[in-house]
Ligand binder design. Structure first.
Ligand code: 5RP
Length: 234
């Protein structure tokens, strides 16, 4: 059952099996408060975004135009009454909001735990402001593998050999765009150098390293409230 939060708005029910659920919900609620009527809003993918969608819908803002990064987010947004369009229909977005798997002290992210990182990066890059919502265990001292990848199916064995150590992600279906979801499993070291190396391998559609220049702000849900960490993007 939904509950009434401190702001008097209905909050989505917590997933009782997720110990970080309350932190995810508070970060998502804080992000939903950033949205204004008429905005074009990029919607990420994952369990933290699952709290954003009802929080956003509950605000009842007029004229919102949303772009979803996955079929799951699109279906959930539509079910809540949000208007979903394609990125080609909206053009530039006012804001995009998404989760992350890891956030380092310099604002580098690893994303793609849900395999949606290529669409998520396109949507984040199309947004004037990119806000990341995470629970308290996501900030880390240093990024660690795996780094998610999306690969063209043709010649995937050769692509994986060039990326070694890397492997297809077992049990994960192709992306909605037909790409194979895989993970780079080696050391990370210099993040920019690794991002450049991964991008340079033929057959790689995209990887889950997001540079600080893509990130405006990280909202970290903690037991005491929401902590804000500034990114390098205005
Ligand atoms: C999906 C993602 C997610 O944003 C990331 O995996 C975090 O997910 P969650 O909010 O469930 O922890 O990048 O591709």
């Amino acid at each position: 059952m939904a509950s009434i939060g401190a702001a008097g708005r209905q909050q989505p029910p917590l997933n009782e099996s997720d110990p970080a659920a309350a932190q995810k919900r508070s970060a998502a609620q804080a992000a939903a408060e950033l949205i204004e009527p008429g905005m074009r809003v990029g919607l990420g993918t994952g369990s933290t975004v699952a709290y954003l969608l009802p929080a956003l819908a509950a605000r009842g803002l007029h004229g919102l135009r949303c772009v979803a990064t996955s079929p799951a987010s699109e279906a959930a947004a539509i079910a809540l009454g949000l208007t979903v369009e394609t990125l080609d229909q909206t053009g530039e977005l006012d804001i995009a909001i998404d989760g992350a798997d890891q956030v380092d002290p310099d604002g580098w992210l690893i994303k793609g735990g849900g395999g949606a990182h290529v669409r998520e990066k396109i949507v984040a890059a199309a947004a004037r402001r990119f806000v990341v919502i995470v629970s308290a265990e996501k900030p880390v001292d240093a990024l660690s593998p795996p780094v998610p990848l999306e690969l063209i199916a043709f010649g995937a064995g050769a692509t994986l050999a060039a990326l070694a150590p890397a492997a297809l992600r077992g049990g994960t279906p192709p992306s909605p765009d037909g790409g194979l979801i895989a993970d780079y499993l080696g050391p990370i070291g210099d993040r920019a150098a690794l991002a450049a190396r991964l991008s340079a391998v033929p057959g790689v559609i995209g990887h889950g390293l997001f540079a600080p220049e893509m990130v405006s702000e990280v909202l970290i849900g903690e037991d005491q409230g929401v902590r804000r960490m500034r990114g390098a993007k205005p």
